[in-house]
Design a protein around this ligand. Structure first.
Ligand code: MRU
Length: 346
């Protein structure tokens, strides 16, 4: 993608504001950890790997703001900041994965005698690693995923699991990018992805920029396309994968997986190993975020439902492992039974 999803410069985190894409391309700047929290909560930046990367920089900013040698109060403030970062969005595990990595560097016993400057240098290096590794991981994952794509495949995707959901390149869209680069003559159908329309505003934007043939549909069209044998494969990303292979991803993913199973269309999930939560045995242990009712009663601040109507707005759903054909990671393609393959990754 021509534009960077997020990057840092002079201790400022700059994120392309995904709330206003594709109408405007503007960067939102976070200069302290609270501004990073706001950006994640308000979905300026979104997508599991991207919010993980943003939170790592948020942790760095918190240490920069609060840390004082031999001051327990400063440590409490950093722990508070960590909790605030973790509480921004509950479902994507990449957030806690990256914050844990940062905390490990900060709390490393060997660093206790170091100056604040040296501690900050180490944390900055870790943020850089997290950012760089994300792009490398996605490219590796895409190479594996590409092996599952045949010439002339028509692929359906949901939400945005592209460069905009990661530091760059993307997961599900990374596989699509790679297949396109390899001249597989693929075609993509994009679910608009109500309520926040990540498909219509973000995936469509990425596909056009990359000149990948793509068609936008409303979410409820997907079933008819699948039934009419117009779709060869479905590829989605993930926000959290349990150790039995259950997947939490954008609301609507589960419904697609059920239709895919009925009509025997391969249902592929592309995600880095950092999206696997090895500590939970199945998807029921995943906290699903419930979001504001305005996301359903309004479209970009234009009211579409009457005042007073009750709303239920979970941001994610759970796709059981038995509906998934393969999970594509940077360590290879996992096939059922997932429990064994996932165990072997630890
Ligand atoms: O609510 P969002 O936009 O953060 O949800 C994002 C998704 O559900 C993506 O499909 C998922 O994070 C995979 S991103 C590589």
């Amino acid at each position: 993608m021509k534009h960077k999803t997020l990057y840092f410069e002079d201790d400022v985190l700059k994120m392309i504001d995904q709330r206003i894409l594709p109408l405007e391309i503007k960067h939102y700047e976070a200069k302290d950890y609270q501004e990073v929290c706001e950006a994640i909560k308000k979905m300026v930046v979104r997508g599991a790997p991207a919010i993980g990367a943003a939170a790592s920089f948020g942790y760095y900013l918190a240490v920069k703001e609060f840390y004082k040698a031999d001051d327990q109060d400063s440590i409490k403030k950093i722990d508070r900041a960590k909790k605030d970062l973790l509480n921004t969005r509950p479902t994507a595990v990449n957030l806690s994965w990256s914050v844990k990595r940062m905390e490990k560097v900060f709390k490393n016993e060997n660093n206790i005698s170091l100056s604040k400057k040296l501690i900050l240098d180490l944390l900055y290096k870790e943020v850089k690693n997290i950012f760089n590794e994300d792009i490398k991981t996605n490219k590796k994952l895409a190479e594996y995923g590409n092996k599952l794509i045949e010439k002339n495949d028509v692929i359906l995707t949901h939400c945005n699991a592209g460069a905009l959901a990661t530091v760059g390149y993307g997961t599900a869209l990374g596989v699509i990018r790679k297949a396109n680069q390899n001249n597989k003559n693929i075609e993509v159908f994009i679910d608009e992805t109500r309520p926040r329309l990540q498909g219509a505003s973000l995936t469509a934007f990425e596909m056009l920029e990359e000149e990948i043939p793509a068609t936008l549909i409303v979410d409820s069209t997907a079933a008819t396309l699948i039934k009419n044998q117009k779709i060869d494969k479905i590829i989605v990303g993930a926000d959290r994968i349990a150790s039995n292979g259950d997947v939490a991803n954008k609301i609507g993913t589960f419904m697609l997986s059920v239709i895919a199973k009925v009509y025997e269309v391969p249902f592929l999930v592309a995600a880095p190993v950092s999206t696997i939560d090895f500590d939970i045995s199945n998807g029921n242990e995943i906290e699903v975020e419930n979001r504001n009712k305005d996301e359903v009663t309004e479209i970009r601040s234009v009211r579409i439902a009457p005042e007073g109507i009750k709303v239920y707005n979970p941001a994610f759903d759970l796709t059981p492992a038995e509906n998934i054909t393969a999970i594509i990671t940077e360590k290879g393609i996992l096939k059922p039974p997932f429990k064994e393959c996932i165990k072997n990754l630890t």
